[in-house]
Ligand binder design. Structure first.
Ligand code: C2E
Ligand code: MG
Ligand code: MG
Ligand code: MG
Length: 287
């Protein structure tokens, strides 16, 4: 009897695995087609200077408009794209689209010349031997000043293979682009490594910001900001949703913030409307 049960369990488990595999394959081919058919697009989330709430730049965030199925969140398809390797061509598309948009904004709105465009790089992209050449080629093709581009790499990805990361990040830096550590605080960073990375900015993860009113988290964020400053880095707080959070961050002299308090990620046309009206439709209602 026990044996029979075991076999049943095994069978159920197996069927589920097969179903998962098929779903993954479907999603993979759907992603491939989506790239060919131009179903991906970018939203842009403003990043603000906390002291005066002026625009410091934008983060490009990819979305997938699925015909008949609405818009898919990167949380749902980036992991599959990563597992199947499709993140490499998708990531290059994102980079090129973001650079092209930035050049256009710089041309149409002179105030954008002082701003930056941040683009996320995934783990798989960072391990590509051609990454540096690809970035260089896209900068040249779009004509974007490298200094206007910020590449975001998560702490976990960097710490997975610090030695390789350091070399690759140094080569990226040599192009003139700037580098941010994304989701800082969620992984494990050796502080000595942090100092060796050629990075410009720490982005403090939303989980710390969202609980900043709790005393312990407040101390952690304060310490992270102080550490970053002592290493010559500036700090962007992610996920700022409340005025009270912004106030604490400002007290810590945290340079910049990004979050629903200021603006959700918005469409290119909405950014253009905002820039057209001279700056800041920020802190606006949800779309
Ligand atoms: P991330 O790079 O940390 O991006 C910030 C995420 O936090 C975005 O989610 C943004 O909408 C969300 N967010 C910003 N402010 C707030 C807030 O105040 N409250 C809350 N609750 N959330 C806030 P999104 O667009 O869903 O992206 C999720 C993640 O997907 C990104 O996290 C990034 O890791 C990944 N991702 C997005 N676009 C790309 C891409 O082009 N390439 C790669 N490799 N990853 C991407
Ligand atoms: Mg990011
Ligand atoms: Mg982030
Ligand atoms: Mg995050």
């Amino acid at each position: 009897r026990a044996k029979g049960e075991g076999r049943n369990r095994f069978k159920v488990f197996n069927t589920r695995m097969l179903e998962d595999a098929i779903r993954l394959m479907d999603l993979e081919s759907a992603l491939r087609l989506a790239l060919d058919r131009g179903e991906f697009f970018l939203d842009y989330q403003p990043i603000l200077s906390l002291s005066d709430r002026s625009l410091q730049g934008f983060e490009a965030l990819v979305r997938w408009r699925r015909p008949g199925k609405g818009v898919a969140s990167p949380k749902d398809f980036i992991p599959v794209a990563e597992d199947t390797g499709l993140i490499v061509p998708l990531g290059l598309w994102v980079l090129e689209e973001a650079c092209r948009t930035m050049v256009r904004w710089q041309t149409d709105f002179p105030q954008v010349l002082a701003m930056s465009m941040s683009v996320n790089l995934s783990a798989k992209q960072l391990t590509q031997p051609t990454l540096v050449e690809d970035v260089e080629r896209i900068l040249r093709a779009t004509g974007l000043d490298p200094h206007a581009l910020k590449l975001e790499i998560t702490e976990t990805v960097i710490m997975d293979n610090p030695e390789v990361s350091i070399l690759r990040l140094k080569r990226l830096k040599a192009l003139g682009v700037r580098l941010s550590v994304d989701d800082f605080g969620t992984g494990y960073s050796s502080l000595s490594y942090l100092q060796r990375f050629p990075i410009d900015t720490l982005k403090v993860d939303r989980t710390f910001v969202s609980e900043i009113e709790a005393n312990e988290n407040r101390k952690i964020v304060g310490a992270v900001v102080a550490l970053a400053h002592s290493l010559g880095l500036d700090v962007v707080a992610e996920g700022v949703e409340l005025e009270a959070q912004s106030a604490v961050l400002t007290d810590f002299a945290c340079e910049a913030g990004q979050g629903f308090l200021f603006s959700r990620p918005i469409a290119r046309e909405d950014v253009e409307r905002m820039l057209d009206s001279g700056g800041c439709a920020l802190g606006q209602a949800e779309p």
